[in-house]
Design a protein around this ligand. Structure first.
Ligand SMILES: *[C@@H]1O[C@H](CO)[C@@H](O)[C@H](O)[C@H]1NC(C)=O
Length: 137
């Protein structure tokens, strides 16, 4: 009876494929740096430590009206440009970086540019995990 042999071989092949897939997933280099989500109270601690550049990624007019004391105004759509050519502002490379603005998703996605561009590779990049930046002071 050739059929059982065939299906056993099929099962063996499937197993080998699965093992290879698992192995290749394991072999992929881990991307070391991630954006670290922080709460308002963690952000307050970082502000006190004075070793983190706070970046307000809302519109420039909103930022100029009111922002976290000492924060840079860098609207989210200009972050890539700031990384590439240092304008409209140059983000310091020796301090950690924290993005805050209108939503947790935006904060994370925007600060992700620093990570994917390998900007300031030794610093930690944070994103506020909420929209409640007014609580930072
Ligand atoms: C400030 O942050 C940078 C980047 O993470 C780090 O290398 C440095 O040691 C920190 N300095 C202090 C005083 O914590």
């Amino acid at each position: 009876m050739p059929l059982p042999t065939l299906s056993r071989r099929g099962a063996c092949l499937a197993l080998v494929l699965l093992v290879l897939l698992a192995a290749s997933a394991d072999a992929k280099p881990k991307k070391g740096r991630k954006v670290k989500a922080v709460t308002v109270s963690e952000a307050n601690r970082l502000l006190d430590e004075r070793n983190t550049t706070f970046i307000d990624i809302r519109s420039e007019s909103d930022c100029k009206k009111r922002r976290v004391s000492g924060a840079l105004c860098l609207p989210q759509d200009l972050v890539r440009q700031a990384i590439d050519i240092g304008k409209p502002v140059t983000v310091p490379t020796k301090k950690n970086i924290l993005c805050y603005g209108l939503s947790a998703d935006r904060n994370r996605q925007t600060c992700m540019y620093f990570v994917s561009a390998k900007y300031a590779p030794t610093v930690t990049v944070y994103a506020l995990s909420s929209s409640a930046w007014q609580g930072i002071s």
